[in-house]
Design a binder for this molecule. Structure first.
Ligand code: ATR
Length: 270
């Protein structure tokens, strides 16, 4: 019988997830159907219930439902708890389970696909929204020297940083964008404005010798953030297409019990 999965979002029309999961399934001839489901803004819970009743086995969740998905779950993984957001759902009988694979996907792309080091590096993150909270746990688990979160609204960066300050983590510090100082080895962009072709003004000199720059956003050409990083002398830049495919692979493995090969799927999407 065909196994049914979906991605919930609103809007969801642009999602590449069906292509990615069908390509994964094809690697072993798994019979799956993966749909896009646009959930109504005011009734995400109803959409999840209807999908389960239609025989759904698992789902991905994208903007703007990740926090609601977290609230809906009966049980979540530790990293989903840290993120207070869920991007992967599955059922065990009546029990709805949730995980957040975004951070693991980003770390895997940075570390294994790009071959960049996070361990003992100074990390700068631009932005302090849901995308940042979603990746902080797995990022900190790599034990960078420090993580600075810089955001237009400084208070949001400070609050987010405080939430991840504990004795076992490397130092996490919040600041504004314009007051930003220091030098960093890895700069990660999570400002959603990057999607629309603008980059906020940033001070010069933030990139240390050999620094690399990663944009969580992806596009058919280098993003505004990647262009900025190149102008600032970055040794390498990458967009977030690999993160998209790696977070999907993590979800697929939870659902199907085997790990798909991400390389060919990234090549297909490019
Ligand atoms: P996401 O899920 O993508 O993180 P979000 O939670 O809405 O979405 O967060 C958007 C992020 O992009 C925030 O850090 C936001 O900054 P503020 O907290 O100050 O709003 C940032 N952002 C959006 N537009 C921006 C702009 N034009 N300049 C600077 N930062 C911007």
């Amino acid at each position: 019988m065909t196994a049914l999965y979906c991605v919930f979002g609103n809007p969801v029309g642009h999602s590449r997830s069906p292509d990615i999961h069908h390509a994964f399934a094809g690697q072993r001839g798994d019979d799956i159907r993966y749909e896009k489901r646009e959930a109504p803004l005011e009734d995400f819970a109803g959409a999840v219930k209807a999908f389960r009743q239609a025989g759904g086995l698992g789902a991905n969740v994208t903007v703007p439902f990740k926090e609601q998905a977290f609230e809906l779950c009966h049980a979540v993984t530790e990293r989903a708890g840290q993120a207070a957001a869920v991007n992967t759902l599955w059922w065990d009988g009546d029990q709805l389970h949730g995980d957040n694979t975004d951070g693991a996907g980003m770390v895997k792309d940075i570390r294994d696909n790009q071959g960049w080091t996070i361990h003992q590096k100074r990390v700068l993150i631009l932005g302090a929204g849901g995308a940042v909270r979603g990746v902080m746990g797995p990022l900190l688990a790599e034990q960078p020297t420090l993580v600075r979160i810089a955001n237009r609204t400084e208070e949001k960066a400070a609050i987010l940083a405080r939430g991840f300050m504990d004795g076992n983590n490397p130092p996490v510090l919040g600041s504004g964008l314009d007051t930003l100082t220091g030098q960093f080895d890895l700069v990660i962009n999570a400002i959603s404005a990057g999607l629309h072709g603008e980059m906020p003004a940033l001070p010069d000199g933030l990139l240390a010798e050999g620094a690399v720059a990663y944009d969580m956003v992806y596009g058919s050409e280098p993003t505004p953030f990647m262009r900025w990083a190149n102008e600032q002398g970055a040794a390498a830049t990458a967009d977030g297409l690999g993160m998209l495919v790696e977070q999907a692979a993590e979800a697929f493995e939870i659902w199907r019990g085997w790990r798909p090969d991400t390389g060919p799927v990234m090549a297909m999407l490019r």
